[in-house]
Design a binder for this molecule. Structure first.
Ligand code: NG1
Length: 404
C-alpha cells in the first residue's frame, strides 16, 4: 500500500527521526483537450485517486534530502538555495528541484520561500511515464512538503486563490526539467474536485468543476510503452509546441492581421474569437503545420462540446468527441502509436462509447468511457493492459503528523 510506503516507521528507518507532515498530490487523467494547454486553450482533465505520497520533516539546515521506496530511483540531495543546478537530463531529482526552485524564486520580493531544508520519503501508486502526470504530482508534492516544512511564509493552501497562484507558478517552474509544457497538470493536481471533471481555462487561470454522471465509468489502460518525458519524446513534445506557435502566426497572416502586435499574433484565444474556415486557413500552411493547426483548433472546439456533453449526461456525444480527438491526435498531431491505436479500437470493440490516448502520447495510456453497466466487459477486454477505473479525486492535501 502506498500510504504504508511512507509510514512514519519507514521514515524513521530512512532518516532516524519521525516525520512531521504528510502530503498527497494526485495524478490526473485528461478527458479531452490534448496538446492545447500550451496554446492557452481550455482543457478538461480530472484529478485521480492515485497519487504521489510524501512524508517529510524540516531540517535545521538548508539541505533537501528525498528518498523513494520505488525501486530504481536513487536518493537525491541538494541545497534549498538559488540557483539550484539541475541534475542529469531525465533524472527524477529534477522534478524535486523544480518544486523547491519554484518556491525559492517566488521568494524574490513576496516572501514565499525561506530556504529551509527538509527530509522526505516518497511512494506512489501512479504508473510512471504513462501520461497520467506523475511528474507534476511529484513537483506539486515537493512544493507542498517544502511549504509544510516552513518555506511558504504566509502561504495558506486552504485558500482557493493561493492554490491557483501556486498552480500557475509550478506550471512555469516545471519547465526547469526542459519540457515546454502547459499548465494543465499542476492545475488539475492542485484544484481537483472529487467526482468532477475540471474545465481549466488559462489567461487568467481558473478551474470550473463539472459533476461526472455517476452511471458513467472511465477506464484507464496502459499500452505498455513508456511515454518518457526526456530524450526523443521530449524533443517531439517541444517541437510540437514550436509548431503550434508557428501555425498561429501564419493563421493571423492568412487572415490579414499583420498589424497586430507581437503578443497578439501568438494568441490562439484571440484567433478563435475571429470567424474563419479551418480548411481554408490550414491549406495555406506548409508541410505538417496545417495538420497541427487543424488539431489544435478542432480540439479546442471539442473541449467546449465535451464539457456540455458531461453537463447534459450525453454519454454517446461525449464518446464521439473522444474518438474524434484520438483520430486528430493520430493523423494531424502525430503523437499516437500503433499500440495506442489498437488499445483504443479494443475499447470501442468492447462497447466503450469512446476512447482516446491521454496525456502527451508517444506511448502511455488511453482513457475510455462507458456506461457503468458495461464496465466489466470493458475491463475484461483490457485485462492485459493494467486497466483501472479512474475515480475523480480532490486536489493535493497535506496533514500535520503528531509525533510522540
Ligand atoms: P503528460 O501527459 O504528463 O506528459 C504533458 C504536459 C501537459 C500537456 C500534455 C498534452 C507537462 C508537465 N505536461 O503532459 O501540459 O501539454 O502533455 O496535452 O509538460
Amino acid at each position: 500500500m502506498t500510504l504504508d510506503g511512507v509510514a512514519p516507521e519507514r521514515f524513521r528507518q530512512t532518516y532516524g527521526t519521525l516525520p512531521t507532515g504528510l502530503v498527497r498530490a494526485p495524478g490526473r487523467v485528461n478527458l479531452i483537450g490534448e496538446h492545447i494547454d500550451y496554446c492557452g486553450l481550455s482543457v478538461l482533465p480530472m484529478a485521480l485517486d492515485r497519487a504521489v505520497w510524501m512524508t517529510f520533516r524540516a531540517r535545521d539546515d538548508d539541505q533537501v534530502r528525498v528518498a523513494t521506496i520505488e525501486p530504481g530511483y536513487e536518493p537525491v540531495q541538494f541545497a534549498a538555495r538559488s540557483p539550484i543546478e539541475p541534475g542529469p537530463p531525465g533524472h527524477w531529482g529534477n522534478y524535486l528541484r523544480a518544486g523547491v526552485s519554484t518556491l525559492l524564486s517566488a521568494g524574490n520580493g513576496d516572501g514565499l520561500a525561506s530556504g529551509i531544508g527538509f527530509d522526505a520519503l516518497v511512494a506512489t501508486d501512479l504508473p510512471v511515464a504513462s501520461g497520467l502526470s506523475s511528474s507534476s504530482a511529484l513537483v506539486v508534492a515537493t512544493a507542498v512538503a517544502a511549504i509544510g516544512a516552513g518555506n511558504g511564509g504566509e502561504l495558506d493552501l486552504t485558500d482557493a486563490a493561493t492554490r491557483l497562484d501556486l498552480a500557475g507558478r509550478l506550471a512555469a517552474g516545471e519547465r526547469y526539467v526542459g519540457t515546454a509544457g502547459g499548465g494543465m497538470d499542476q492545475a488539475a493536481c492542485l484544484l481537483g474536485v472529487a467526482g468532477c471533471a475540471l474545465r481549466i481555462d488559462f489567461g487568467p487561470l481558473s478551474a470550473t468543476s463539472i459533476q461526472i454522471p455517476t452511471d458513467w465509468a472511465l477506464v484507464v489502460a496502459h499500452s505498455g510503452e513508456r511515454a518518457e518525458k526526456s530524450g526523443s519524446a521530449q524533443r517531439v513534445y517541444n517541437t510540437r509546441t514550436e509548431e503550434a506557435l508557428g501555425a498561429v502566426r501564419v493563421a493571423w497572416r492568412v487572415l490579414g492581421a499583420e498589424d497586430r502586435d507581437g503578443a497578439g499574433l501568438e494568441s490562439y484565444r484571440e484567433l478563435l474569437k475571429v470567424p474563419f474556415e479551418l480548411g481554408v486557413v490550414s491549406r495555406q500552411m506548409d508541410g505538417a503545420l496545417g495538420n497541427r493547426f487543424t488539431h489544435i483548433v478542432s480540439e479546442a472546439r471539442r473541449v467546449g462540446e465535451a464539457a456540455s456533453a458531461v453537463e447534459a449526461a450525453d454519454l454517446a456525444g461525449f464518446g464521439e468527441l473522444l474518438n474524434a480527438s484520438h483520430e486528430s491526435l493520430k493523423h494531424d498531431y502525430e503523437v499516437s502509436t500503433p499500440k495506442l491505436d489498437a488499445l483504443v479500437a479494443r475499447a470501442i470493440g468492447a462497447g466503450a462509447a469512446g476512447a482516446r490516448l491521454t496525456g502527451a502520447g508517444l506511448g502511455g495510456a488511453i482513457v475510455a468511457v462507458t456506461h457503468g453497466s458495461e464496465l466489466d466487459r470493458l475491463v475484461d477486454a483490457l485485462a492485459d493492459y493494467d486497466p483501472f477505473v479512474a475515480v475523480a479525486a480532490d486536489g493535493a492535501e497535506s496533514w500535520t503528523l503528531s509525533t510522540p
